[in-house]
Design a protein around this ligand. Structure first.
Ligand code: ZN
Ligand code: ZN
Length: 393
């Protein structure tokens, strides 16, 4: 089959790879109908996550049709149209039973790297390096889906592919940020990053009753999209002092909940950006936590900060003093999507949650390298590229 492979830092290619096979009794094989790029994929492409091997298939956000099931798959049959959670979880271990699906003890079949870096390994993720299990990703014609009863969800007939594909990763990740960030009715919520995850977090905060949602980014086209399609207020941080502006818009108190949806390649117009970028390039620090620092700083006393962006290792100049002295609650997670996906599909069916505007570029899988380039360079107002293996050029 055809697949988009990582061949080295900044080197991608659509290649022929072997078709996936059922390996365990709970596996299903899914024929991909749509697979979206994700901001966190850029960390792999830019080489900030060092556990990739040449030939690894990328992609973790996808929707497709089941074409084969193992003997212990009971909820699905051949022909089902399913959206698959980007995180791989067994559904049975202690963590899965607590609803902490991304912390699954069995989803990552190669836990040694993560255990060394983080103490314990999280679950697995499609196409997300050998630290996350080394699973083949979804920018391909077919994907092997382990624990298919837990990770795959039937899409209601009324929900289009174009909308449902984002129930795999962006929508549940964003929802989790607002939910576990503790958004309550009447809150003011600030969100750093107007990519798909940031926009979904904003929509979730609104649906959870936030009185005001303010999104922060530097690209006007993403800010405009967030205003138009999500209905949130926005700030362009290249033109406005974010801390001062948030204070101004919250009667001097600061936002109740701050959600960081940027990750380890954050940008800034301030001197901290250069500091972090130099240290990251010298590999003295692995991540750039500019948006995290700013969120912690801006948050009201006693408020909560949720880190949704992907980080790999250690950061410098972390404002622990602000966290402690302001009484902040700091939380973070990879997405526990299995908790949220059925509810999100329901909201997609009712029209409360619309996502199709996120896919600014749809193209056949053959043009995936071009899609990544557009996405990476933020050219042509690209928010997300979506690859359709069946589409013709
Ligand atoms: Zn993602
Ligand atoms: Zn588990």
């Amino acid at each position: 089959m055809k697949a988009l492979c990582w061949e080295g830092v900044d080197k991608l290619a659509v290649e022929r790879v072997p078709d996936p096979q059922i390996r365990n009794t709970q596996d299903a094989i899914v024929k991909v109908r749509q697979s979206a790029v994700c901001g966190s994929d850029l960390h792999l492409i830019n080489g900030y996550i060092p556990f990739m091997q040449a030939g690894d298939v990328l992609g973790h956000e996808f929707l497709g049709e089941i074409v084969e099931v193992g003997p212990d798959v009971h909820r699905h049959s051949v022909g089902d149209r399913v959206v698959v959670c980007s995180f791989i979880s067994c559904g049975r271990c202690w963590y899965c039973r607590q609803g902490l699906f991304a912390c699954c003890d069995n989803g990552n079949t190669n836990p040694a790297i993560a255990e060394m870096a983080w103490g314990f390994a999280p679950g697995g993720c499609y196409g997300y390096s050998h630290a996350m299990g080394g699973f083949a990703g979804s920018h391909a014609e077919y994907v092997r889906v382990p624990y298919a009863d837990t990770g795959a969800f039937r899409v209601p007939e009324e929900v289009s592919d174009d909308r449902a594909v984002f129930a795999s990763d962006a929508a549940p990740t964003g929802w989790m940020g607002a939910d576990l960030g503790g958004v309550r009715p009447g809150d003011v919520v600030a969100i750093w990053g107007c990519g798909a995850v940031g926009q979904m977090a904003a929509r979730a905060a609104m649906l959870l009753g936030a009185e005001r949602v303010i999104c922060i980014d530097r690209f006007d086209y993403r800010l405009r999209m967030t205003e138009r399609h999500i209905g949130a207020d926005t700030i362009n941080y290249e033109r406005t002092d974010v801390g001062g502006e948030l204070r101004e818009r919250t009667g001097g108190r600061g936002p109740d909940v701050c959600i960081e949806a940027v990750g380890m390649e954050a940008h800034s117009s301030g001197p901290q950006f250069l500091y972090d970028q130099v240290k990251q390039q010298l590999r003295i620090e692995t991540d750039r936590p500019i948006a995290v620092r700013e969120a912690i700083h801006a948050c009201r006393k006693g408020g909560s900060v949720f880190v949704l962006g992907v980080f790999a290792g250690l950061v410098d100049k972390f404002p622990l003093g602000a966290v402690m002295n302001k009484g902040l609650t700091l939380r973070s997670a990879q997405q526990h999507g299995q908790r949220y996906i059925p509810m999100l599909l329901d909201r997609m069916r009712s029209g409360e949650l619309r996502t199709e505007h996120l896919a600014t570029h749809r193209m056949p899988l053959d043009r995936a390298t071009e899609g990544y380039q557009l996405f990476k360079d933020k050219r042509d107002d690209c928010v997300r590229a979506v690859f359709q293996p069946d589409a013709s050029t």
